[in-house]
Design a protein around this ligand. Structure first.
Ligand code: FE
Ligand code: FE
Ligand code: ZN
Length: 302
């Protein structure tokens, strides 16, 4: 098998922390993972426990997981574009960077935020201001700005906007980009012609700026500006197009992270309880779409 770095979103619990996240990732057959250091929808965070981190690092060594491929996602309620929320974004991100550096993790994914009526230019300047207040000369982590779907007034929906942000940051060697296949599709990019997307990215930003990739199918058609993730192979992007992203030679060594939805007991159940990742990772490694993906997941966890 080609050596892909493939993982998924996992939980981070205050009592098991990095060790618990790692064990969850291993249970899915992943060789990397991404987590929020607390709930994604709020910013209350427990202190990092070094004893759990040390145990996790030991287990990573035994299982050949490279901490440099592990990713933290900043909470999505942080909106660094909004003039009124900038002070909060700065103080939260400063603490988050410190927590993440304590864990030894080197990548933080950040949503660029929404301009909430301020317009693109002010929003981008606000974001640059926030980044310059938190990314300092001694910062060890890279902030990966995520490409967004264009829901509401989101910015970061095209490569030129992200390029403007990077250009404004002083320590720009610490600013990278996180490509999200669902968001790119929903923003209008054609994932079925992914090499052309990468060409455009390379021309505007530079391919060496890709810090991580989120692999998600989409529930909606291209250019829908919706941002609703679908399980691998069950959406409008499709299994083969996603494989071409995951196995793309130009992305070799870049962590690929699944953020696909949990599934319910039945097709119409509202409660989403079973993680799909073990089965999605398996079919990605096999390069064969599992036609009974959802049923296999239910049968395994029931
Ligand atoms: Fe995200
Ligand atoms: Fe994402
Ligand atoms: Zn999304």
């Amino acid at each position: 098998m080609e050596d892909i770095i493939i993982g998924c979103h996992v939980s981070f619990k205050s009592d098991t922390q990095l060790l618990g996240s790692l064990k969850e990732a291993l249970s899915y057959g992943a060789n990397t993972f991404m987590f929020y250091t607390g709930a994604p929808q709020n910013t209350s965070r427990a202190p990092i426990r070094d004893d759990l981190t040390i145990e996790a690092l030991k287990l990573m060594k035994e299982t050949d997981i490279d901490l440099r491929n592990v990713v933290v996602h900043a909470p999505y309620i942080v909106n660094p574009c909004n003039t009124e929320k900038m002070d909060f974004a700065i103080s939260f991100l400063r603490q988050e960077i410190e927590r993440v550096e304590n864990l030894g993790v080197t990548k933080i994914v950040l949503h660029p935020g929404s301009h909430v009526g301020l317009g693109e230019e002010i929003a981008i300047n606000n974001l640059i201001y926030v980044l310059n207040a938190v990314v300092l000369s001694d910062t060890k982590v890279d902030i990966c700005i995520e490409t967004m779907a264009g829901k509401g007034s989101e910015i970061g929906t095209n490569f030129s906007q992200i390029k403007k942000v990077i250009d404004g940051v002083l320590y720009k060697e610490h600013i990278k980009v996180c490509l999200d296949t669902c968001h790119l599709n929903d923003a209008g990019y054609d994932i079925s012609n992914f090499d052309a997307v990468l060409d455009e990215f390379d021309k505007i930003i530079g391919i060496d700026k890709i810090g991580c990739v989120h692999i998600n199918d989409s529930k909606n058609v291209r250019n829908s500006h919706k941002d609703r993730h679908e399980n691998i192979g069950l959406g409008t992007i499709g299994f083969n197009n996603l494989l071409k992203v995951i196995y793309n030679k130009r992305l070799k060594g870049i962590p690929m992270i699944l953020e696909t939805p949990y599934i319910g007991d039945t097709d119409d159940s509202k409660e989403r309880i079973y993680p799909p990742y073990k089965f999605e990772i398996e079919m990605i490694k096999n390069k064969i779409m599992n036609a009974s993906l959802l049923n296999d997941i239910r049968a395994y966890y029931k």
